[in-house]
Design a protein around this ligand. Structure first.
Ligand code: O2Y
Ligand code: MN
Length: 562
């Protein structure tokens, strides 16, 4: 069936899914137009260990990707597709990543045997007739073959063939594994295209910040999971009344390219949000709550028998008769909603969506933020000295694992540019691409690093919460304007305590000192860890990366003797 993306077609698919139990309708009074899907209990998240880059040379996938040769990948996985769709309908889903009509958009075609995937792709991309119209008579599209197979993790593979610009996915119907436009195309395949064509496919939110003067800045930010990316993308400005407005352009992926004005310009290739539900509440993310108040597909949340969805963090009062994410009566001990339960919703429903979110030319980027979750070491914010230093900061960014992600707490995982699972080629070559891009952008964005998760000695978070992050963004803008006060430290420029607007926050002097502190001994300990991380890349690592590390070590030792 060739999907045209129309409302009528979508309604037919939804009716079929309601009939066969793939979806259930939620209470039309509290969640109008919304549905619940329960995935197979063994198919609840992206599966990095089953995700492969199938380049001819192993070296082109690099040490951080799983690799198979294209020949081996096809020989292993083609048999899993054999007869997999027998008795099912095969849906042909043409889609556009990027605003319709934009010269920077790209077309994909996903062939799938999952109606749920079709319904999600319709929200997450510009799907159906508009995609065929955009393709016109051309043949430049990224093909993707997807079957849920038998959903067994033993017969699950997500393969990317960057040299053919091809995606194969079998054995999963979930999120990043199955909605091929998202991580598979817009990051892994797109990153290889971008490298060849001189642009960048990045795992970044895009936000718009308007100042009382009317001056508008666009900021990209890359964080590993569980660092508040969606919350920052949809931040409610605590200073809205004073004229500081925040709007959302994208929450997950940015395609960036140098513009004719020498700046870096970004488009959000996606049309929707596939966000984590638990933790989303009226206090943490009111914009997300309003966005998902209607016409939303929920996957793996809890629900009352009457169809009211619920998840941890929605409110403090779980309904008495709740069914957990697997549809069993909730025993009130474990999690009611799966920790990776998701909402799929059109970006156009977001109250904070920017009027320019579908601008065909994109938006000009003033700053790029990288961040991680560190109890110590990284200060609240610092600015890189220049582009190349920013690339080093991004390439070495680390985040402490949370129990949900790995089962181990507090282990530092290096996740360069938050792209570790999403870079479609050798990550060291990717650092090289970033460095080259610096020479192609006459007016590069300033680069910053943030850490909202710094703790005091007793393990309490020092920063009062995501809602206050605007204060840090405003310091960045002042730096860009050549104003914000800063001191030079071995790791970068850190705000002087009076340069941050902390009015109204009850932060003690010592808390501010710790938040902005750069502890030499802690950073000295980072150096060999970063060196060991870099060693993994062997001869592919650009010399600039080791030079930046040596320079950091040098600045730290100068500080020591000073
Ligand atoms: O588990 C999944 O399949 C979803 S992963 C995901 C979804 C939306 C945005 N980002 C991510 C991610 O893993 O970075
Ligand atoms: Mn993501």
């Amino acid at each position: 069936m060739w999907c045209d993306g129309s409302d009528a077609e979508n309604q037919r698919l939804i009716d079929q899914m309601l009939a066969d139990g793939t979806l259930s309708k939620l209470d039309a009074r509290v969640a109008p137009g919304s549905y619940l899907h329960r995935s197979h209990p063994s198919d609840v998240a992206r599966t990095e260990h089953l995700t492969f880059i199938c380049s001819r040379e192993r070296d082109d996938a690099g040490p951080t990707n799983n690799w198979m040769s294209p020949k081996d990948g096809k020989a292993k996985v083609a048999p899993l597709f054999e007869s997999a769709m027998k008795g099912r309908t095969m849906y042909v889903v043409p889609y556009v990543m990027g605003p319709l009509g934009s010269p920077f958009s790209k077309v994909g075609v996903e062939v799938t045997d999952s109606r749920y995937v079709v319904a999600n792709m319709r929200i997450m991309t510009r799907m159906g007739k508009p995609a065929l119209d955009q393709l016109g008579g051309g043949d430049e599209f990224v093909p993707g073959l997807h079957s849920i197979g038998d959903l067994s993790p033993d017969r699950r593979y997500i393969l990317h063939f960057p040299e053919e610009r091809l995606i194969w996915s079998v054995g999963s119907g979930y999120g990043g594994n199955a909605l091929l436009g998202k991580k598979c195309f817009a990051l892994r395949i797109a990153s290889t295209l971008a490298r060849k064509q001189g642009w960048m496919a990045e795992h970044m939110l895009i936000l718009e910040l308007t100042l009382p003067s009317g001056e508008v800045h666009y900021i990209c930010a890359a964080f590993p999971s569980a660092c508040g990316k969606t919350n920052l993308a949809m931040l409610v400005s605590p200073l809205e009344k004073q004229g500081y407005k925040v709007r959302t352009v994208g929450d997950d992926i940015a395609w960036l390219r140098p513009g004719p004005d020498g700046r870096l310009w970004a488009v959000n290739p996606e049309a929707g949000f596939f966000g984590v539900v638990p933790g989303t509440g009226p206090d943490t993310n009111p914009n997300a709550m309003a966005t998902i108040g209607h016409d939303t597909i929920f996957t793996n949340v809890a629900v009352t028998p009457g169809g009211v969805p619920w998840w941890e963090g929605k409110d403090k009062n779980p309904p008495a008769d709740l069914l957990d994410w697997q549809g069993k009566p909730w025993d009130r001990t474990g999690k009611a909603a799966h920790p990776n339960s998701r909402f799929t919703v059109a970006a156009s429903q977001c109250p904070s969506i920017s009027p320019r979110w579908e601008d065909a030319q994109g938006v000009p980027i003033s700053a790029i933020i990288f961040g991680g979750r560190r109890a110590r070491v990284a200060p609240l914010v610092f600015q890189a000295f220049d582009w190349n230093h920013g690339v080093f900061v991004a390439a070495t960014m680390g985040s402490e694992t949370t129990a949900a992600a790995t089962g181990k707490v507090g282990v530092v995982r290096r996740d360069p540019m938050a792209m570790l699972p999403f870079c479609g080629y050798n990550m060291a070559d990717y650092f090289g691409h970033w460095l080259r891009m610096g020479t192609a952008i006459a007016k590069p964005p300033a680069i910053f690093h943030v850490n909202w998760f710094r703790q005091d000695a007793s393990g309490q978070f020092l920063w009062p919460g995501f809602g206050q992050n605007l204060r840090v963004l405003l310091w960045m803008i002042e730096r860009i304007q050549g104003k914000g006060g800063a001191i030079e430290t071995p790791v970068g420029f850190v705000p002087t305590p009076d340069a941050l607007n902390l009015d109204g926050l009850e932060l003690s002097k010592s808390a501010i000192e710790t938040l902005l502190g750069v502890d030499r001994d802690e950073w000295v300990d980072e150096v060999p860890e970063i060196r060991a991380f870099f060693d993994r890349f062997g001869g592919h690592l650009p010399a600039e990366m080791t030079q930046s590390l040596d320079a950091l070590a040098q600045r730290l030792s100068v500080t020591a003797s000073a």
